[in-house]
Design a protein around this ligand. Structure first.
Ligand SMILES: NC(=O)c1ccc[n+]([C@@H]2O[C@H](COP(=O)([O-])OP(=O)(O)OC[C@H]3O[C@@H](n4cnc5c(N)ncnc54)[C@H](O)[C@@H]3O)[C@@H](O)[C@H]2O)c1
Length: 268
């Protein structure tokens, strides 16, 4: 029987591949035989990540590319397409966090967050489409959104949540626009994910961090935050032939967080 999750001979672009979730996505898809082409803005992190994965026997290349910079994204896609052919899969993952209330958000901060977390998704998707279309190849895009794109989080997530709401609607529009070109576009909505960045944010809250954790967990029926692998496994499903008939879908990986009404009560 054909292994529907086999990604041998497929190339995958992962933006922000050096970070917590991006790293798990690279490892999971790489272990299924994919050639990983990841981008990041930190050369030290890129070098470390490439070495780690190559030592594990994965096929991986890392590139310095800011997802919100049009020139850098175009050059990146030109280079990898010339070297390896048009990529088969794009995972839009790089995003910027913010914890500033809306009334205190400067235009500069707004632009920084929207640039990385929304414009970057558009630029990478557009260049991915152009290469796939020119090569006459089908393709898959997986956008890492957030539960923050569907429900309000507060706590200064304003610009971030607006960007994630945009990613969700971008996913629907692109799924419809590009279905005839056989490019599937779906999104994943994680709840809090246990990454180094997320942990240091909770720890930076000091004593309030404990209260924050209790509050977060009270909204997750499965009773834990997500691990990076939980997100990577969902990406594998949406990137693989197992989801061949799925496009335009938002998949929460949130332990039931979006399903639970804030006034709801868990059963025994
Ligand atoms: N960690 C969470 O709790 C959580 C929850 C929901 C959704 N998400 C989403 O998951 C994705 C990954 O989050 P993470 O927690 O792994 O982030 P992270 O901060 O651990 O990693 C992000 C990586 O992207 C790189 N990066 C930042 N800006 C970039 C840019 N403009 N271009 C290219 N690379 C860039 C960083 O150097 C870093 O290596 C994001 O889209 C985030 O919004 C995270």
């Amino acid at each position: 029987m054909k292994d529907l999750f086999d990604l041998t001979d497929r190339s995958v672009v992962v933006t922000g591949g050096g970070g917590g979730i991006g790293n798990a996505i690279c490892a999971t898809l790489g272990a299924r035989g994919a050639h990983i082409l990841f981008t990041d803005i930190d050369q030290r992190v890129i070098d470390k990540t490439v070495k780690k994965f190559r030592d594990e026997g994965l096929k991986v290349d890392g590139y310095l590319c800011r997802s919100s910079d049009e020139g850098e994204v175009v050059s990146f896609f030109e280079k990898v397409s010339k070297d390896f052919g048009a990529p088969d899969i794009l995972v839009n993952n790089a995003a910027a966090a913010i914890h500033i209330p809306p009334q205190d958000t400067s235009l500069q901060e707004w632009d920084r967050v929207i640039g990385a977390s929304l414009t970057g998704y558009f630029l990478n998707a557009r260049e991915f489409y152009r290469r796939s279309h020119a090569a006459g190849k089908p393709g898959v895009i997986v956008n890492i959104a957030s539960i923050a794109g569907s429900s309000a989080i507060g706590r200064g997530n304003f610009a971030y949540s607006v960007a994630k709401g945009g990613v969700i609607q971008m996913t629907r529009e692109l799924a419809v626009e590009w279905a005839a070109s056989k490019i599937r576009v779906n999104a994943i909505q994680p709840c809090s994910v246990n990454t180094p960045g997320w942990r240091s944010w909770v720890e930076s809250e000091g004593d309030a961090g404990q209260t924050l954790m209790q509050k977060l967990l009270s909204g997750i029926p499965l009773g834990r935050v997500a691990e990076p692998q939980d997100i990577a496994h969902a990406v594998l499903f949406l990137a693989s032939d197992a989801s061949a008939m799925i496009t335009g879908v938002m998949l929460p990986v949130d332990g039931g967080n979006l399903a639970l009404n804030a006034g709801g009560t868990l059963g025994s």
